[in-house]
Design a protein around this ligand. Structure first.
Ligand SMILES: NC(=O)C1=CN([C@@H]2O[C@H](COP(=O)(O)OP(=O)(O)OC[C@H]3O[C@@H](n4cnc5c(N)ncnc54)[C@H](O)[C@@H]3O)[C@@H](O)[C@H]2O)C=CC1
Ligand SMILES: C[N+](C)(C)CC(=O)CC(=O)[O-]
Length: 477
C-alpha cells in the first residue's frame, strides 16, 4: 500500500488527502490546527460524493486516514510528502528541512506553493519540487510540476496513477503558468469593482455565461483560432492584436490593496453568496464540475480525456460467483431522483454498460464495431428487486443464457454491495451488419468466443430469467 504524508491540512492539504485516499493510498496528516481533523473529514465527505461520480468503474478501495501530531511521524515510510502550509517563504524554509530530515530517500517531496520557485523553496538545501494543484484538488486534474527533471518525471507517473494531469513547466518562473493567467484576470476584476464599473456578481456572470464555458473545453488559443473564422489564428491576431495597445487593460497596474478595497469586495461577495455556507457552495461547485467533466468524457477532451485514460488503467474487477464482473461503480447523486434512490433509467444504463463490456470480452469491441459489425438490443426485461442509494457500490455480473448464430441472450444481475440483488436485466441482442442495418452472422472468432462462454455458463442456475411481466417468482402468472 502506498503512503502519502500531508503537511498542512487546510483547503489544499485536505483536497490532496482526499485525492490520495480515494485512489487507495494511506494518508497521514500533520497540522497543528485543532480543527484540522473536522475540516478534512467534511472535505472528504464532499470528495466521496463527487470524485467517484466521474467514473464508470469503481475506484480502488479507500486507503486509511490518520492524524498525527508531528511531521516526522507523518512522513515516515511515505512515498509522497505534500507540503501545503501557508504561502510564507520563511515558514516553508522551516518546515521543508524538517520534512526532508524525516523522509526516506524514495519519497517525493512536493510543495503546493502557488508562487514560489523551486530555487527559492530549496534555498536551505532541500530538494522539493513544486507540485501546484488546483482547488478542488480531488476533482481538478491539473498539477504544475517544476524542479529537478528526474524527480518531476517520477512525480508525473504517480500523479497519472491517481487520475491527475501533470504539466511539467520548462523553466521556473514566479507563479508558474496558470496563476499568472488567473492573476491577470483577478487584477482587472479588482479594478472593475474599485472603479464602480461592475459588482462581483456581474463579473462572475460575465465569466460563467460566456468565456468560462469555452475555456474548460478548448482553453484560450484553440478558442481564438475558431474566432478567427476560416482564416484561423493569423486573421484573429491581425484583427485583435491592435487592441493590446488600446486601453482595454490596466495591465500591470495593481489597485492599492487597502482595507477599503477588501471591504468593498467582501461586502459584495457576502451579498452575492452569503446565503450559502462554504460546504454548500463546495457541493454546488462539485456537482457542476462533475457534470462538465462528464460531458467532456464524451468527446475525450480536456479533463474528460484524463478521466477516461485513468479509468482504462484501473484494475479489472474480476469475477463474482463464477461470473465475469462486467460493470462496477459507485452510484452518483446524479443517478438518484425525487424518491431518494437510484432512478429506474440508471438500472438499464448499468446493464447497458455491462453489455458493452461483455461484447468486449467476446471480441466485439470498438475495433470490431469500426469494421462495420455490432450487436443491437432487441428486447430487455428488467426486474427491480431492491432500492439503491447514492454512494452504494453497484456491481453487475453477466451470465450467457444462449449464444448461437445471430442471437446473444444475456442475464445481468445488479448487486448492491456484496450480497444484495438489486435487479436482474435479461437482454436479447441480434448481431447486425452496420451497413445494411440487418441481422447478420458474427465473424468466426466472435461466434467461437461466445460459444465458449455459453459452455462455461451452461449448468449455472438463472433464477428469474425467462419470466414475463407480472409473473410471480415460482408462479405462472
Ligand atoms: N487555496 C488555494 O486556492 C490554493 C492554495 N495553494 C497553496 O497551498 C498552500 C496552502 O494553502 P491553503 O490550503 O489555501 O491554506 P490554508 O490556510 O487553508 O491551510 C494551511 C494549513 O497549514 C497549517 N499549518 C500552519 N503551519 C503548519 C505547520 N508548521 N505544520 C503543519 N501545518 C501547518 C494550518 O493550520 C492550515 O490548516 C499554499 O502554499 C498555497 O499557495 C495552491 C493551490 C490553490
Ligand atoms: C489563489 N491562488 C493563487 C491560491 C490560486 C491557486 O494557486 C490555484 C487555484 O486553485 O486557483
Amino acid at each position: 500500500m502506498s503512503k502519502a504524508a500531508i503537511i498542512g491540512g487546510g483547503v489544499i492539504g485536505g483536497g490532496w488527502a482526499a485525492r490520495f485516499l480515494l485512489n487507495g493510498w494511506d494518508v497521514a496528516v500533520s497540522d497543528p490546527d485543532p480543527q484540522a481533523e473536522r475540516k478534512i473529514t467534511e472535505v472528504l465527505a464532499n470528495a466521496r460524493r463527487a470524485l467517484p461520480a466521474l467514473y464508470d468503474r469503481g475506484l480502488p478501495p479507500e486507503g486509511r486516514l490518520s492524524f498525527v501530531s508531528d511531521i516526522a511521524e507523518a512522513v515516515v515510510g511515505a512515498d509522497w510528502v505534500q507540503e501545503s502550509i501557508p504561502e510564507t517563504l520563511e515558514l516553508k524554509h522551516r518546515i521543508l528541512p524538517a520534512i526532508q530530515a524525516a523522509a526516506g530517500p524514495q519519497a517525493i517531496i512536493g510543495s503546493s506553493t502557488s508562487g514560489f520557485k523551486p530555487s527559492e523553496l530549496n534555498a536551505a538545501g532541500t530538494c522539493a519540487i513544486v507540485a501546484h494543484p488546483f482547488n478542488p484538488v480531488y476533482l481538478l486534474p491539473l498539477v504544475e510540476l517544476v524542479g529537478d527533471a528526474a524527480t518531476c518525471a517520477d512525480a508525473a507517473a504517480i500523479l497519472r496513477n491517481i487520475g491527475m494531469y501533470p504539466l511539467t513547466i520548462r523553466k521556473e518562473i514566479d507563479a508558474h503558468i496558470a496563476d499568472r493567467l488567473l492573476e491577470a484576470v483577478w487584477r482587472e476584476a479588482l479594478w472593475l469593482v474599485k472603479d464602480g464599473i461592475a459588482t462581483t456578481e456581474e463579473i462572475d456572470e460575465s465569466i460563467r455565461m460566456g468565456f468560462g464555458i469555452r475555456w474548460a473545453q478548448m482553453g484560450l488559443f484553440e478558442t481564438y483560432r475558431i474566432a478567427g473564422g476560416e482564416a484561423g489564428m493569423a486573421h484573429f491576431m491581425a484583427q485583435f492584436g491592435p487592441a493590446l495597445s488600446w486601453p482595454w487593460t490596466k495591465l500591470m497596474d495593481v489597485p492599492e490593496f487597502n482595507e477599503e478595497l477588501v471591504d468593498l469586495i467582501a461586502s459584495q461577495s457576502d451579498a452575492q453568496s452569503g446565503h450559502m455556507s462554504i460546504r454548500e457552495l463546495e457541493r454546488l461547485r462539485d456537482d457542476n464540475v462533475v457534470g462538465m467533466i462528464r460531458a467532456l468524457r464524451r468527446t475525450n477532451s480536456g479533463a474528460g480525456g484524463v478521466v477516461r485514460t485513468h479509468e482504462a488503467s484501473l484494475p479489472d474487477p474480476g469475477e463474482r460467483k463464477g461470473l465475469p464482473i462486467t460493470a462496477t461503480r459507485q452510484v452518483p447523486v446524479s443517478w438518484t431522483d425525487y424518491n431518494g434512490h437510484m432512478n429506474e433509467a440508471h438500472y438499464l444504463e448499468a446493464a447497458s454498460q455491462a453489455t458493452d463490456r461483455f461484447m468486449e470480452l467476446i471480441g466485439a469491441d470498438a475495433a470490431y464495431v469500426a469494421s462495420g459489425r455490432s450487436y443491437f438490443t432487441v428486447e430487455n426485461h428488467l426486474r427491480y428487486l431492491d432500492e439503491v442509494r447514492a454512494g452504494d457500490t453497484l456491481t453487475v455480473t453477466t451470465q450467457v443464457l444462449a449464444g448461437q448464430g445471430k442471437r446473444m441472450h444475456l442475464f445481468h444481475r445488479l448487486w448492491r454491495g456484496p450480497v444484495n440483488l438489486a435487479a436482474t436485466v435479461e437482454t436479447m441482442l441480434l448481431h447486425t451488419d452496420l451497413s445494411t442495418r440487418r441481422a447478420s452472422e458474427p465473424r468466426t472468432p466472435i461466434a467461437e468466443a461466445l460459444s465458449n462462454w455459453v459452455a462455461r455458463h451452461a449448468d449455472m442456475p438463472a433464477e428469474g430469467a425467462g419470466r414475463s411481466v407480472g409473473q410471480r417468482p415460482g408462479g405462472s402468472g
